[in-house]
Every structure is written in structure tokens, then in C-alpha cells.
Design a protein around this ligand. Structure first.
Ligand code: SF4
Ligand code: FES
Length: 376
């Protein structure tokens, strides 16, 4: 099946039409249900109900369409994807469609038997979140008693089943001083990779800024630690690190650039250019129940809104770094500047940069208030 469609709305870069490539990766948010209540949850403030979720057959059709249009990597995510009873069936269908399958999970809801079934179904990789290096802190951050012990068991079962494991450690003011211990834990658990990513402050995390914003000292200490640990543990574990945005000089290329590499599907089938795109009110989101995935990718209003450079403010359009960061994060610009087409306020050239820094500094120095946990 040829899933390529002709683009009627040309995308331009420096005044010349450019070809939109097929997406490389797809994030399938199978459900918004989740047993944890992390205070930095990246799911939207309004969660989609279980009744609205795509059926097994609908998801399988989406996977087949994705593969046909050139997607290589499928991230099975949520919420907690293990909350879906058909997770093994979905994994098998995705593998049969030729997709590399990665399960992004808190581990809650997985048993030794289910992990063995996932392995038999062709699961290629498992990414397990940890919230801290001690049961007390991890369970406090996740808002789930007994979560830490369960995660250790899941990591051991995953390793025993021969599924490559990545440990995902979201870091913030209250657990950054445990990064070294979390790294040691990941090595002990047999992980081949650890992702140390600082909390992003949009969505739910914005309610917890004073509880989560790391201080400059923590940021500098973590940078130095990661640099040293990468050398020390070369060949043992790969360390991916995303530092705190407000201490960076330039923004990162969020999503590898809008509508360039990745596609997100919500539990009810809405197709988004990134997980937070629904915070931008001017965008229109198509649904896989109404339109073919390839048509949405190439033709959809939301995908074309920030492709190329013609939407950029002059500051970015004339900047030599636009090839590197594509103007940064649209959702961050929306959250901080009230305009998704503004220069990302993280950028040192943005007029809002000083305000961003002042707010972040004040939040980082504040005595941490109790968490506002993610509501279920
Ligand atoms: Fe990136 Fe725009 Fe800043 Fe240049 S001005 S570094 S393109 S955000
Ligand atoms: Fe949406 Fe960065 S989170 S573009």
C-alpha cells in the first residue's frame, strides 16, 4: 500500500518549497489511565475516558498505516499502557506490521508472566520509569505506595526475559541529589541506557513549579556528574541527559522540529504533532477514526501550522541556529508568551528570557510546598 499523499499546501524554507519527510517514530498513548499520580505528569490536564479509547482493531489499523507510511519506531505509552488488557495483542500486531516496539511503562500492572508474553509477542525494548533511588522518595514522588519494589521486580523480569531495558529518571529539585544512586541502580538492574531528563514545566508540572524547579547549583552539579559518569561508565551504560531548560542558552529542537520526525496519537485517536500540542488553541486535530494517518501527517492543519520557516518571527527566521533548533518548542512559547509562534522564551535572544529566568530562580529557591498530585 502506498501511503504517500500529495501535499497541497507547500511547506517553505527560505522561500523555497521543501519535501516533508515521513515520520520516523510514533507515540501511541494507548490510555490515559494510570495508577501513579506524578506531580509532573505530561498528559493533558483533561484526560480522555476509557470509553473514548480506540478499540484493539482500531489501534492495529493505525499501526499498519504507520508502518506503510514509513514509521520505524513505535512507542507504546500512556498513561500506563499496561492498563490495557490487550497490550500483548497490540504488541504482537505492531511487531507483525514491522515496527520496532518500545514499551514506556511505570511497571505497575506488569507481572512476570505478562512480560514473558510481551517478549514472545515481539517486544523489542522496555523503558521503565523510576522516581527516586530509595523506596521512600520514589513512592512519595509517584504517589503510589509499594511502587519502587514493584519496579525493581519488573526490571529483573525484563532482564531475565532478555528484553533490552532503559531506565527513565525524571529529575527535579527533590530527587536531583539522588542522580548518582539512580544511575547505580540502573546499572545494577542491567539497563543498557538511562534517560535523565529534567522536568518540563508545562501541563501538570506547572502546578508544582516551586516543589520541582531545580536550583542552579543542582543543575551545575548534575552536569558535572553526568560528564564524569559518561567517561567512567563508557561501554557499560549509555547516559542520555536533558538539562533544565531555563539554564540553557538556546532551546532544544523539540520533537526534532514540528511535524518533521514524530507523530502522537491520543487514546481516542486524535493525531498530534507533540504530546502537549492541545495547549495551542488555534490548532485543529484530525482523528484516525475520520482520516487516513498519512493524509493527516502531510495535509493536517495542525501539522502544517509550524512546518518550514514561514511561520517564524523575524528573530528566528534570520537566525543561523534555526537549522539546529527549528525555533524551539511551540508549546513552551504558548505557555510563556501566550503565542505559539513566538520565539521560544528559553532562547537567550528572546525578549522574555529574563522573565523566564527570574521566575525559575524564585521557584528554585522556594521551600518546596507539598505536591499537587496528578488527579485520576
Ligand atoms: Fe533558535 Fe530562534 Fe533563538 Fe535562533 S532566535 S536560537 S532560531 S529560538
Ligand atoms: Fe509541543 Fe515542544 S512540547 S513543541
Amino acid at each position: 500500500m502506498n501511503e504517500h499523499v500529495t501535499i497541497r499546501q507547500p511547506v517553505e524554507w527560505e522561500g523555497k518549497p521543501i519535501r516533508v519527510p515521513a515520520p520516523i517514530a510514533m507515540l501511541a498513548e494507548l490510555t490515559h489511565r494510570c495508577p501513579l499520580a506524578c506531580p509532573y505528569c505530561s498528559n493533558p490536564l483533561e484526560l480522555e475516558s476509557v470509553k473514548a479509547e480506540l478499540s484493539t482493531a482500531e489501534w492495529i489499523d493505525v499501526f499498519q498505516q504507520a508502518s506503510a507510511m514509513g514509521v520505524l519506531h513505535l512507542h507504546l505509552s500512556g498513561g500506563e499502557p499496561a492498563s490495557r488488557r490487550d497490550l500483548v495483542e497490540l504488541t504482537a500486531a505492531a511487531a507483525a506490521a514491522g515496527l520496532y516496539t518500545n514499551l514506556i511503562t511505570s511497571g505497575i500492572g506488569l507481572t512476570e508472566k505478562r512480560i514473558a508474553e510481551l517478549s514472545d509477542a515481539g517486544l523489542d525494548h522496555l523503558q521503565l520509569s523510576i522516581q527516586g533511588a530509595t523506596p521512600a522518595l520514589a513512592d512519595k514522588v509517584g504517589g503510589y505506595k509499594g511502587g519502587y519494589d514493584r519496579k525493581i521486580a519488573v526490571a529483573e523480569w525484563t532482564h531475565a526475559a532478555g528484553i533490552p531495558l532503559t531506565v527513565n529518571a525524571v529529575c527535579h529539585k527533590q530527587n536531583m541529589d539522588q542522580i548518582g544512586d539512580m544511575l547505580d541502580l540502573a546499572v545494577r538492574l542491567g539497563a543498557r541506557r538511562i534517560e535523565i531528563a529534567t522536568v518540563q514545566f508545562h501541563g501538570w508540572a506547572d502546578k508544582n513549579r516551586a516543589a520541582l524547579m531545580p536550583t542552579r547549583e543542582q543543575f551545575l552539579k548534575t552536569n558535572a556528574f553526568v560528564e564524569e559518569a559518561r567517561k567512567r561508565l563508557e561501554g557499560i551504560i549509555v547516559i542520555d541527559y536533558v538539562g533544565a531548560d531555563h539554564h540553557a542558552t538556546y532551546p532544544k529542537a523539540c520533537m526534532g522540529g514540528w511535524g518533521r520526525t514524530g507523530i502522537n496519537i491520543t487514546p481516542s485517536g486524535k493525531v498530534l504533532p507533540c504530546h502537549a500540542a492541545e495547549t495551542i488553541p488555534s490548532l485543529v486535530f484530525d482523528n484516525v477514526r475520520d482520516r487516513r494517518l498519512a493524509e493527516i501527517w502531510y495535509e493536517g492543519q495542525a501539522f502544517n501550522a509550524y512546518r518550514g520557516d514561514s511561520w517564524m518571527p523575524e528573530l528566528c527566521r534570520s537566525c543561523d541556529r534555526k537549522h539546529i533548533d527549528f525555533g524551539g518548542c511551540r508549546c513552551q512559547a504558548m505557555a510563556m508568551a501566550g503565542d505559539a509562534a513566538a520565539t521560544d522564551p528559553v532562547c537567550v535572544r528572546s525578549p522574555l528570557r529574563t522573565l523566564l529566568m527570574e521566575q525559575a530562580e524564585a521557584d528554585s529557591r522556594a521551600e518546596p510546598p507539598p505536591f499537587v498530585y496528578r488527579g485520576r
